[in-house]
Design a protein around this ligand. Structure first.
Ligand code: PEP
Ligand code: CO
Length: 451
């Protein structure tokens, strides 16, 4: 694949842009971006190419994608315990999903850069005072004061540093043996140990440990050869100044790469085929996630695919659909049919979070466990009915014991939410709800495979 024609890392600037902050001081922004341009990248092109190959395998039915993390990381989340807990829950979920998917799991965190948020409203008014909306720690701060809400370009530098620190710690844990499949006990979370699901999970861990030892005996593999798992990172590629600054040319490949993350995605609100985001994304070599929702007509989706992936490169496109439990049955099949008829075979992934958000009586944003599960179960069925396959799942979750989504084995009610509601943006599954979700969808996959 060649470089995209008429493209440069800044060619997006000539296109209509949305969801970008209004910085009061343009020269301060330029100074920070120039500094970011000089700093070393966070990931390497070789890792990106390896992930693209794995996503191509998933699109072909040979692997399954688990993508998850916070709606928005906070700079204050860059702590050992928070990072470790997120890694633990994703590792536990992937262990559970291996059985259901009967395929290796690709693990991708929504972290080390998930700091910028699109907002439906540019402004927020409280008690007659109007200020810019909170757009994530990469842009401003959530406190409702003019100082906190004014976009500050120095936050781009902090975001880069926090991303680097997070990734450094993830790599140290993974390479240092934390993700060793022989030691799933490293991943135990105190909270989940006391869960009604603990016993079922421990049984599964024992089964997998036995299979692993069996395989090693059969293959004669030495310890160390198959024991470690990979971990990749992703974030919404929203702030184009930030993404552009980390976009680098690799001579050996003859391509540009976004080296701020392995797997950037285009959000619902920035997916205009002729807009600035589509323009930026079309020129980078990374695998691309594209959110697909109620506003995505089949024509628009095909046009986006033509813009973003004219060469139809295996592993290039992951379509992350997010319709909501009530809407997926009507909305998804026409898109599956149109994409199939175009001769394309992207990886399809379900985000069961963003179409299922609703306010509680007291005005907190929440999501019900059963709505999330309900959308996922339909997604598995609808893909199978269309003779295809759902190749992955995308969650907003945390390894901590928060109370943001209702339901699950402990039956969290709306009244319980206040106890530990931390998110400034969307509600996340807590670790116990996330593990239960993985168990239930593994069960669903097993039932579908048996048909
Ligand atoms: C998100 O993933 O946090 C998000 C904002 O999703 P979407 O673009 O699908 O609304
Ligand atoms: Co979100």
């Amino acid at each position: 694949m060649k470089t995209a024609p008429d493209w440069s890392p800044d060619s997006w600037r000539a296109r209509p842009r949305v969801q970008q902050p209004n910085y009061p001081d343009e020269s301060a922004l330029r100074a920070v971006v120039d500094e970011l341009r000089q700093l070393p990248p966070l990931v390497s092109p070789w890792e990106i190419d390896a992930l693209r190959a794995q996503l191509a395998d998933a699109a072909a039915g040979r692997k399954f994608l688990l993508q998850g993390g916070d709606c928005a990381e906070r700079f204050s989340d860059c702590r050992a315990d928070t990072i470790t807990n997120k890694l633990k829950i994703l590792l536990q979920m992937s262990l559970v999903l291996v059985e259901g998917a009967q395929a290796p799991i690709i693990r991708v965190g929504r972290f080390a850069g998930q700091y910028a948020k699109p907002r439906t409203e540019d402004l927020e008014t409280r008690d007659g005072v109007t200020l810019p909306a909170y757009r994530g720690d990469l842009v401003n701060a959530p406190e409702f004061t003019a100082a906190a809400r004014t976009p500050d370009p120095r936050r781009l530098r902090r975001g880069y540093s926090r991303g680097a620190m997070t990734l450094n710690y993830v790599r140290a844990l993974v390479k240092g043996g934390f993700a060793d499949l022989h030691h799933p006990e490293y991943w135990d979370l105190d909270f989940v140990e006391r869960s009604p699901l603990a016993e079922e999970y421990q049984r599964l861990v024992r089964r997998i440990g036995n299979s692993l030892r069996f395989m090693e005996n059969i293959l004669g593999a030495r310890p160390g050869e198959i024991q470690e798992v990979d971990f990749y990172v992703s974030h919404e590629g929203l702030l184009l100044d930030y993404e552009e600054a980390q976009t680098r040319w690799l001579d050996a490949a003859g391509r540009w790469y976004n080296l701020s993350t392995h797997f950037p995605w285009i959000g619902m609100r920035t997916s205009d085929p002729s807009g600035a985001h589509a323009e930026y994304f079309r020129g980078i070599a990374n695998p691309i996630g594209l959110k697909v929702g109620p506003a995505t007509s089949p024509e628009r989706l095909l046009r986006l695919l033509d813009v973003l992936d004219p060469a139809r490169e295996p592993g290039r496109m992951t379509l992350i659909h997010r319709f909501g439990r009530e809407h997926i049955r009507a909305a998804l099949p026409p898109l599956l049919a149109a994409v199939r008829a175009s001769g394309r075979a992207p990886l399809w992934v379900c985000d069961p979070m963003h179409g299922n958000t609703r306010p509680t009586a007291e005005g907190l944003k929440t999501r019900a466990f059963d709505d999330i599960l309900g959308e996922l179960e339909q997604a598995f069925e609808l893909h199978a009915e269309a003779s295809g396959r759902l190749g992955g799942v995308h969650f907003e979750l945390t390894g901590d014991n928060v109370t943001e989504c209702t339901g699950g084995a402990r039956g969290l009610s709306e009244q319980d939410l206040k106890r530990a509601y931390q998110s400034e943006v969307d509600p996340r599954l807590n670790s116990e709800q996330a593990l239960e979700m993985a168990m239930l969808i593994a069960r669903k996959m097993t039932a579908l495979n048996a048909r």
